[in-house]
Design a protein. Sequence first.
Lengths: 250, 480
Amino acid sequence: MLKVSNLHAGIDGNEILQGIDLEIKPGEVHAIMGPNGSGKSTLSSVIAGREDYEVTQGHIDFEGEDLLDLEADERAHKGIFLSFQYPVEIPGVTVTNFLKTAINEMRKAQGLEAMAANVMLKKMREKMALLEMDKGFLSRSLNEGFSGGEKKRNEIFQMAMLEPKLAILDETDSGLDIDALRIVANGVNKLKTSKNAVLVITHYQRLLEYIVPDYVHVLHKGKIVKSGDKNLALELEEKGYDWLKEETTV
Amino acid sequence: MSTEEQLLEEVTGSEYKYGFYTDIEADKAPPGLNEEIIRFISAKKNEPEWMLEWRLDALRKFEKMKEPKWANVQYPEPDLQAISYYSAPKQKKQLDSLDEVDPELLKTFEKLGISLDEQKRLTGVAMDVVVDSVSVKTTFKKTLAEKGIIFCAISEAIQEHPELVKKYLGTVVPKTDNYYAALNSAVFTDGSFCYIPKGVKCPMELSTYFRINEAGTGQFERTLLIADEGSYVSYLEGCTAPMRDENQLHAAVVELIALDDAEIKYSTVQNWYPGDKEGKGGVFNFVTKRGMCERNAKISWTQVETGSAVTWKYPSCILKGENSIGEFYSVAVTNNFQQADTGTKMIHLGKNTKSTIISKGICAGKSNGSYRGLVKIGPRAENARNFSQCDSLLMGSSCGSHTFPYIETQNKSAKVEHEATTSKIGEDQIFYCNQRGIGEEEAIALIVNGYCKDVLNQLPMEFAVEAQKLLAISLEGSVG
């Protein structure tokens, strides 16, 4: 589904990613862990198509198509979703209105008719129940005055509505208390099928207790220095990142 | 749902959409401003002697006045002697049905998307269309007449209802109020007149569509709206003009009178030609709008201003009666080289009077937008209250936004609040929308409409849709 090869990218002339190779197949859950500043968020931004980042080398292939040729919105149309670490506020635009616009833009790009209001509403209720969200939520301005937890829950709610092929969860656990974490993770798990994939980006192992990865990759100084299964995450939790840093600098 | 979709679909061509010219034979006065011209206009309109005298008095007063320079706008002073003050489509007889209207004219309306037929059939909006200064047709007159509502061209009102016109014309905006109001008083050629009798709730939105067609003509319309005791009316005004290289002058006067317990809601969507991307051409829009509130009366101004090269406009309320309420909701968009200096005046004279001001400025390109507002609390206005919120949204780094709030209070019990914010559309916001599959133009439209929501919510439904589209069209391509 996603194939990243020898990806070099940076911002303002600083190279942050220094040759990333990563392959994600349908049905898989991958986790990328790493210390602060290792390039985790840069990787998610580059895959999603944020313009500030410049790709200097390498390729990103998504279902046989060169992603780097596409704009951010076109990548979204192909089925890439990014759950933001810091979701922005858009005052005056309700959650409903925003989602309605997003869904119908997606459908338009795919040559489909706009979704009927009653169908959309039904789906919204269903997904909100899944994430144990309050109904009043729909009429609030997008992310405005939301608590950290509400913002993250709203991201996963949007993911549930948009049904992406590849969901990238960028530090979704930060700002969540343990109950909210469980609800959000539970939501992600329920949305998981054999056809879609999840890339979890996180600093801590905590989230991975709930969203269990098939593969864990450790990012350090813009490179994946170690890959393994879920046990690697446990090892990291126990030993910290320092042993890896030493290992890789030798 | 369809609102947004329509909006998105229409955001494709960024050129001024209403730039066409209708080839109707026009009956036009020679350019120039003098007593003779005033007599010519008055005679053309078969006006009674008192009206002619009123105009001549205004002209004499005007001749002693100077153009004001205090607004934060720059433009070449219009040559008032080069303007033709009268231009009427050549058709003399009174029309009874749309079939009798010049087909060219009907085509114009169709291009504007305001086909009278459609309007009549679908929306139930009664409208008075003013093309180059003469009211062509007033629809729904009958329905209104049954309720005793008078809605007609002001020239007709001068003939048919002289007692009302004489009693109220110039009482809210006196001839000498300002330079352009004086000019308007002397030369106004048409506009709308509306009277709602005591206790009557007007059953439909009343609407006027203004349009400047003829080259080298100014439009000086005069609107007089009287809501008698306990009555209610919602009035809509829309404006467009064809593209031209030279600047066209528009100097209108609108007077609202809300008697005891009456309510007037006055909404404007202004989309005069703003000039091209280099700042050439466009309409100079110098307008005086003011309302008088008697006891327990309420006047609410809502405006969406996207057009004109230069706008200079302050819809105001004089809160004379006890417990009267004034409201002002405004969205003013400037792009390219447009300049706007707009705001309101809330003059609190009576006890327990209340006013609310919500102003949303949006500046893009090399444009300049200013909010200028006065809240004045008179010595007898016990417990007067005002809340003002003035927000500015900037797009790009070459535009300017300014706020000039003036507050004068002469009563210690008054409570006046003012809030102001300035923000920019962030790349973060746009990227967030992009990531959800929403393209850049649509993202801007969404963000801007969200920003203006408090004002757009005040507009009647069909106008809100139009306003949303206009916002998107005026701002297209402004974030690069």
